[in-house]
Write a protein that binds this ligand. Sequence first.
Ligand code: C2E
Ligand code: CA
Ligand code: CA
Ligand code: CA
Length: 279
Amino acid sequence: YKVKEKGKNHFMIYRCSMSMEPMIELESSLRKGLERDEFILYYQPQISLLTNEIVGVEALVRWERPGFGLVPPSEFIPLAEEMGLIVPIGERVLLEACKQSVSWREKGLPVFRIAVNISSLQFQQNDFIETVSRIIKETRANPNDIELEITESMAMGPIEKNLAKLSYLKKMGFLIAMDDFGTGYSSLHYLSQFPIDRLKIDRSFISSLGKSEKDAAIVKLIVMMAKGLNFQVLAEGVEEELQKEFLMDIGCDEFQGYLYSPPISADDCEKLMLANAVP
Ligand code: C2E
Ligand code: CA
Ligand code: CA
Ligand code: CA
């Protein structure tokens, strides 16, 4: 955000990117966007480094804002978090992902594991479990096909309560992934207690592979640690063949990144899944 001086002692806060639009307008159109169901999901394939096949996708929200085209999450998620709107938006996202997973199963597609980002505000809601259960019941999705992506900030809240919630979700059959691993506050202490299926190594470590030997050492260490803790491990933001090869060499299980595909529409994703072979 930018604070712009508007005469003496008058300040207005503008967003940097959305053509210097006043915040208040953005807020109200975000609310309307929710009412009018303007949020859609893009999907980014996740590739097995063992078989070179798509094994899952991550759902990433986009805002189809009239007059603005497809707005990326960086332009509205932070505000949605601040306004608390991330809770209903996140609910819509989970509902849509569950529907998509069921539809891909019904069509007989080879992939139906969908990862969904869960904001920590959303997770902290007292009725989070209820909401999730209702969506599962309503869509008849299989929780085994849905991966909930949480972040290390989970270790900063009421830890006992969060752990109990996670264990309950795990018992319901959901997969749990720790997103952006390595960027948050150190939660190594809690890591072994979290019922995690997959660790996602943050893009920042991957992008410096080949440039920083130290980051390479960290990535190697995270993969080793994940193995020791019996987690699957996925590298985010893989853009170059050399990065992929390094990850393969050190025994990383999966990757996600522009090297294979950016996030794409559900239709385009289906086409990729049907081809399902990576060159
Ligand atoms: P994230 O969860 O870390 O998602 C990965 C982001 O990295 C995506 O950005 C994706 O497009 C981008 N990415 C993937 N591969 C590459 C690559 O090879 N190179 C580079 N430079 N970038 C890559 P996107 O879609 O713009 O989403 C940004 C963030 O917004 C996400 O980061 C996530 O924190 C948040 N977000 C997206 N959808 C949702 C949602 O439904 N709910 C919540 N709470 N947050 C969401
Ligand atoms: Ca994510
Ligand atoms: Ca991430
Ligand atoms: Ca991130």
